[in-house]
Ligand binder design. Structure first.
Ligand code: HEC
Ligand code: HEC
Ligand code: HEC
Ligand code: HEC
Ligand code: HEC
Length: 481
């Protein structure tokens, strides 16, 4: 046996320096894993680059080590064959063989433990918002917007990954493609909206897992605060009673998503902002209506892609909500984040937000400076007296800019329109514009102002209805804080 040139395993393992280098690399990789993994994974807030180290670099080093070990064995074997050809005696290998076997079993056991732990933690880590939103800079706008939304605690994967193993694999394939796009600078700027790229997982397996479509409030009071661009920043309020409904209740939800209701539509652009054909079928009543927009005919819509209506056709921005300058400033004034007692602050803030800045850093510097400069020029006394309020307002305006505009990613005001409404984007009026009617023109999709909401007050200051409900004092107290 000792003379068999095919089995000098110990010698094979120990007779070439490449094997040692490989073993050293592999051991180092395993040890760094042991140390880096717990540090990285226990807390979810750590630096995403450590994630790249743990999940990409260390495995590459480990694999390189293993390849070197194999290469070392290959060359070692050549060397042994040469020794045997020259009849140089080889020592007895049995003892060493046994030791090596023990060594391998132990190493394998340790590796399995580490591997299992690493895989589990890696999977867990990949579910965190940090992994999705921060490892990948191009998703910064979505990550930022989510942090200020009702879904701030909902994981990215709950809305973007279908449940089950297939969804997980699809999402990892998509993630790998996105990583390559970023590495090779192929990523689109701005990234297409998820509806536009056709990659959004159906609402049925996401939204509807948490929100039960048949159970909604009948109505909801919406108070919309607006501020005019005059010296006093005059505040007005619009109060809408939203007829949300749901299930058999009818209303907004019931009419599109109620039992038996199915709405299909055709869109002529990928962002689905132009909808020339809509069909509404009710499986319970058997009624079915097709509506064509003025200027369209059956031939012009025949080849357009068709979709079934779902939650995200209206709620396309439930968490990545980007504002327009005017509305963002109104929100900050209403909540007292900007002092509404500063003369012309609404007008100035909107002007500053609409200006162009080369980067978010520049906006953070330029906006507060420009605001202070404005008050220094227009009213030096006020500027001295209210320096603190002006500085706070400047910082808030810059923060609004940095939440909504990302110059390096080409995300700007209005890049991602919100379909829930009709004042800032076509939204509901993509279908409810009064021009969509049946072929006999007897019925059309309604644009009646009282169908979706009952306007209880329109731009009043302050509305009687809020006084009745004792809500106007409450709003005022918020702003004083
Ligand atoms: C409550 C559900 C929800 C959560 C949570 C969520 N998203 Fe989204 N996301 C959406 C919807 C809906 C769209 C489609 C928007 C559209 O097409 O108009 C979208 C679109 C996107 C897009 C495409 C670009 C765009 O703005 O349309 C990216 C990128 C994205 N999300 C990343 C993330 C990341 C990263 C997280 C976690 C930090 C996250 N999402 C969490 C619902 C969600
Ligand atoms: C993992 C659970 C979960 C998923 C998935 C989820 N949501 Fe929500 N959503 C919530 C919770 C919890 C709230 C309530 C937050 C609050 O009241 O502060 C909420 C609130 C909302 C609201 C009310 C916001 C407001 O201003 O009052 C809307 C609208 C909404 N979700 C739509 C959606 C849509 C559309 C989707 C799918 C794209 C979705 N949600 C997916 C858990 C979820
Ligand atoms: C036809 C458009 C449309 C569709 C489709 C739609 N919604 Fe809504 N939804 C609305 C409107 C409009 C409101 C009221 C928004 C407001 O004024 O705050 C609303 C409100 C909500 C709210 C807040 C309710 C409350 O009482 O505060 C939730 C949650 C919600 N929708 C979830 C969903 C889910 C989940 C789906 C899919 C099953 C869905 N919506 C489908 C238009 C729609
Ligand atoms: C894809 C097209 C489409 C979009 C977008 C759309 N709807 Fe509708 N909506 C319809 C259709 C179709 C009907 C049923 C019309 C019919 O059968 O008379 C309808 C009916 C309604 C009704 C009941 C009307 C009635 O006469 O009782 C309400 C309320 C409503 N929609 C609210 C909304 C709101 C709010 C939005 C935006 C958040 C919206 N819809 C967006 C297609 C749409
Ligand atoms: C198809 C349903 C629908 C119809 C029809 C409709 N609205 Fe609306 N409207 C909405 C929704 C949804 C919102 C957004 C509520 C929110 O911000 O949550 C809205 C918001 C508004 C607002 C508040 C705008 C703001 O500043 O935020 C006003 C004002 C308004 N509607 C007036 C009208 C008038 C006037 C008509 C008649 C021409 C009308 N609406 C018809 C669904 C509808």
């Amino acid at each position: 046996m000792g003379d068999n040139p095919r089995r000098p395993i110990l010698m094979l393992l120990t007779s070439h320096w490449l094997t040692f280098v490989g073993a050293a690399l592999a051991t180092t990789a395993i040890c760094s894993w042991l140390f880096a993994l717990p540090v990285q994974l226990r807390g979810h807030t750590s630096n995403p680059y450590i994630g790249i180290l743990v999940f990409i670099i260390i495995p590459v080093v480990l694999i390189a080590g293993l390849i070197l070990i194999v290469a070392g064995i290959f060359f070692g074997r050549k060397r042994l064959e040469k020794m045997q050809r020259h009849l140089i005696a080889l020592p007895d290998r049995r003892i060493y063989l046994r030791r090596i076997a023990v060594f391998f079993v132990l190493t394998a056991a340790v590796n399995i433990v580490i591997g299992a732990e690493a895989t589990y933690r890696a999977v867990e880590h990949m579910e965190t918002a940090q992994f999705c939103g921060q490892s990948c800079h191009v998703m910064k706008p979505e990550f930022t917007a989510r942090q200020n939304s009702p879904h701030a605690r909902v994981l990215c994967v709950d809305c973007h990954v279908a449940p089950g193993a297939a969804g997980w694999v699809t999402s990892k394939a998509a993630g790998t493609r996105q990583l390559l796009d970023v590495v090779f600078h192929r990523a689109r700027k701005p990234i297409e909206s998820a509806i536009q790229s056709g990659r959004l997982v159906p609402s049925r397996v996401t939204c509807e897992q948490c929100h039960w479509p048949q159970k909604f409030d009948a109505v909801k009071l919406r108070v919309i605060e607006r501020f005019q661009e005059d010296a006093a920043n005059t505040e007005t309020q619009t109060v809408l009673m939203m007829l949300i409904g749901g299930g058999d209740l009818g209303g907004i939800h019931g009419k599109h998503m109620g039992p038996g209701v199915e709405i299909h539509y055709a869109a002529s652009d990928s962002a689905r902002q132009t909808i020339p054909w809509v069909e509404c079928r009710n499986r319970k009543t058997g009624v079915s209506n097709a509506f064509l927009a003025d200027g369209s005919n059956p031939a012009s819509i025949a080849n357009l892609p068709r979709y079934e209506m779902q939650c995200v056709d209206c709620h396309n921005r439930p968490t990545h909500t980007f504002d327009l300058p005017d509305r963002a400033v109104d929100g900050a004034l209403a909540e007292g984040r900007i002092a509404s007692t500063l003369p012309f602050i609404k007008k100035e803030a909107v002007l500053l937000l609409k200006a162009k800045y080369a980067s978010n850093d520049e906006a953070s510097r330029a906006i507060p400076a420009a605001l202070t400069e404005y008050y220094r020029q227009s009213d030096p006394a006020l500027c001295n007296k209210r320096g603190q309020d002006i500085a706070a307002a400047g910082a808030e305006i810059a923060a609004i800019y940095n939440r909504n505009v990302f110059p390096d990613l080409k995300v700007s005001w209005g890049t991602y329109p919100n379909n829930l409404g009709h004042t800032d984007a076509p939204g509901c009026f993509r279908c409810h514009d009064g021009s969509h009617s049946t072929s006999d023109k007897k019925e059309s999709i309604t644009q009646d102002c009282n169908t979706c909401h009952e306007p209880l007050a329109m731009d009043e200051a302050p509305p009687g209805v809020l006084k009745t409900l004792n809500l106007s004092d409450y709003a005022a107290s918020l702003q004083k804080k």
